[in-house]
Each structure stands twice: as structure tokens, then as C-alpha cells.
Design a binder for this molecule. Sequence first.
Ligand code: GDP
Ligand code: IMO
Ligand code: MG
Length: 406
Amino acid sequence: MRHPIVVGMQYGDEGKGKITDVLARQTEWVIRFNGGNNAGHTLWLNGKKLVTHSVPSGVRYSHAKNFIGAGCVIDPLALTKEIDELKGAGVSLTPENFKIDYRAHVTLPLHVALDAAREGGSHGLGTTKRGIGPTYSSKTDRIGIRVGDIVEGKAFDKVRFLCQNYNSYLKALGSQESSESQNLAAVESALETFRSFVSRDPHPFYEIAKKTKCVLEGAQGILLDIDHGSYPFVTSSSTLPAFAAVGAPFPLTGLGAVIGVCKAYVTRVGLGPFDTELKNDVGERIRKTGAEFGATTGRPRRIGWLNLDELRQAVKISDCTHLVLTKGDVLNGEKKLGLHMNGKLEMVDGWSECVEKQGSQNLSPAFDKYIQIIEKFIGIPVVAAGTGTDREDLVWRNFKAEQFWS
Ligand code: GDP
Ligand code: IMO
Ligand code: MG
């Protein structure tokens, strides 16, 4: 059996959480393979909103199990808070339905402090200040702390060593040091959470992938990839679907469809180039209608027209097979829409309603025409279009979700 991977085709926040939630209806496992709590995935159901950060987006179904893979980083204090918030919303994570790979790296207060200190200086990138970059740095520097270290009680010496390293760095930046006791306390408090959920299986999906449906959920977007994104204005992990095999880990031959999620326009949080950015009242209107404020930091998202040159590049680099276009409803009523193609901005017709009539499962001809321009330019089919925030607000175009598993 081959299993689909959901990834963002732009700069994050494309609506991956919603699509993963839709697919989780028919899967046993939902697996995150990169990033940490820099992610914020919003799930709407019957007027109720739920936001996940480190926890995968399969939590809305009682049958689905959720897995945080080896390629992710985890802030234990933030994770404990997230688990509590989910509990408050009626979602109960148990050792049966939630697991964390023992090889995932741990974000400590000192990583968060360093991220914030750097952002305060002249080399800031507009990060989420969740300590993501410093945690991945510790990992590749081979001084990081893994979930398994904490569970096995092997973390304390390592924390002391990390504190020495990072505090000299923090001092050089003129920032307050991160105390050893604060970091040791974080490790102490992480023990209980990690002990309940840790998975020590080195090949967790080797057998599962042969028998049961899984979906792999990427965080961030292709254009934020550490190697292939708009470096240095990127995140610190690989956001490409190919990384799912490594970051889950998942058998390479068990991976199939690459589902690229893309907004009908572009948003970006943080610094970095943005050719089609709209710094005018059209941009303001889209931000307001689309509620374009970060799910993690609350920062206003920058808005711009859809850049098909970038999208085509993202499709190629990710080997994307199916596109899902979200937020068509947000552009309802815009008379003209910009599409950046072959280095030029062209204005095309908009639509008054993205669906034929309220609640209809048919897209309006004008919105469908916009989708056809995209399909033609990027060379892969747009199999579904988002027409509202709810899980049900998704119109399939001659396609059924079951077809993602082959
Ligand atoms: P993710 O990080 O890719 O999971 O996306 P986020 O949850 O951070 O941001 C996407 C936002 O768009 C959320 O507020 C979603 O509720 C919302 N959303 C997703 N699809 C649609 C859609 O088709 N229409 C509208 N109006 N909102 C959508
Ligand atoms: P989801 O999974 C949007 C952006 C930050 C910043 C850059 C580096 O919700 O799509 P980092 O904290 O990772 O070091 O920040 O990446 N960024 C995101 N933007 N959605 C995300 O996640 C993001 N995760 C990181 O704004 O520009
Ligand atoms: Mg998000």
C-alpha cells in the first residue's frame, strides 16, 4: 500500500491541518515528520475551532492515532500545555492514540532564549521565537537532547553542557542567561509526559505501512525549506515530502501521492522576499476576510497575489502529484485577481461566489476557470478546492479522497 503526504506549497498556513483532518477520517495513523511548535494548524468543525501545534491534525477522530516523528523537535512545556488545551476541548491523548519517537529532539528554555535574543538583533528573520533554529542546531552539532535521553534519565549532564555553550552565546549577544535550574526543571517536568507517550520502535511503520492507511502531515511549506526555500528566510527543517521517509521514519516505497496544499493567493509571516505582496487596501481586505493572522504567534500575515512561477517550482521540487486549492471563498467579490506568470503579473477575472449557491457542492464557473489556469500552468490536477473554514467546506473535482491510497 502507498500512503499520501500532505505538504504546504507556499510559506506555511496553506490549510494543511484542515486537509489532514479531512483525510484522517479514513486513516489509522497521522504522522508528523518535521518542525515543532512553530506550526499552527487550525481545524474547524461545526463552528468549533481547535488549533494544534506539535500534535498532528488527526486528533478530531477517536479512531485515529497520532505520531510525532524522529525529524520533529518538541518543546515539552509547550506540549504539556497543548495536551491540556486539547483535553479541555474534549480530545483525550492516551498512550494508545498518541506516540512520540524517542529520537525527536527537545527544545529547552535556553533554545527559546537564544531564538528571541537573535531576533532582537540586526540578523532577525521574523521567526516564531519558539526555539526551532537553535534546537535543530544543537541536533546537527550533536550536543542535542532527545526524548529518549529524558526518559532514560540521561539528560541532566547534557543539559549542563548545553547551558555552558548557550550561555556564552547569550552573553555575547548581551542577553540574559538561561539558568541551569530552569532548564533542569523543564527536563524534570517533561519526564512524565514523555514517559507516557514515547515510542522506542526504531521502525515504527515498517509493518503498519503494509496493512493500514496512514497520512503523513508536513509542517510549514516548500518555500520555507531549509535547503530549497528562500534561504536564509526559511525554517530550520526540511519541509519536502521526501523528508517524510526520514523524519517519520516511514518506508520509502510506502510513500505515494504528494498532496500540495496552496492558497488561492499567497501569505507569508516573517521577513523575506515577496514579489507579489499587496501593501494596499486589497491586501488589507483579504487579510480581514481570510482572518490572516498567525495561528501560533497571532502576527498579521503578509498578503499577495498567487505566484504561479513559484508554485510551479514548488510542485517540481516536491514532486507534487495533486493540488488542493484553499480559501477560494476569501476572494469572493474581488473583480480582478493578479496571477504572476512567466515573470509578469497578469490580471484575470474574479468571481462573486466560489460556489454555485450557498452550501452547493459545485464550484462556480468563474472560480473553476481560475483553477483551470493554475492547472494548465503547473501541469498537475487541482483535485479539491476549499470554500470555507469548516472541514465540510471542500469541493472535490472529479476525485475521491480514497484515491490517495493506492
Ligand atoms: P496550516 O498551518 O497549513 O494547517 O494552516 P493554518 O491553520 O495555520 O491556516 C490556515 C487558515 O485558513 C486557518 O484559519 C483555516 O481555518 C483556514 N482555512 C483553511 N481552508 C480554508 C478555506 O477553504 N476557506 C477559508 N475561508 N478558510 C480556510
Ligand atoms: P505551519 O505548519 C507559517 C516561518 C516564520 C519565519 C520562518 C522561520 O503552521 O504552516 P522558525 O520559527 O521556524 O524558525 O521561523 O518560518 N514559519 C511559519 N510560517 N506557518 C508555519 O507553520 C511556520 N513555521 C515557521 O514565520 O518566517
Ligand atoms: Mg499554520
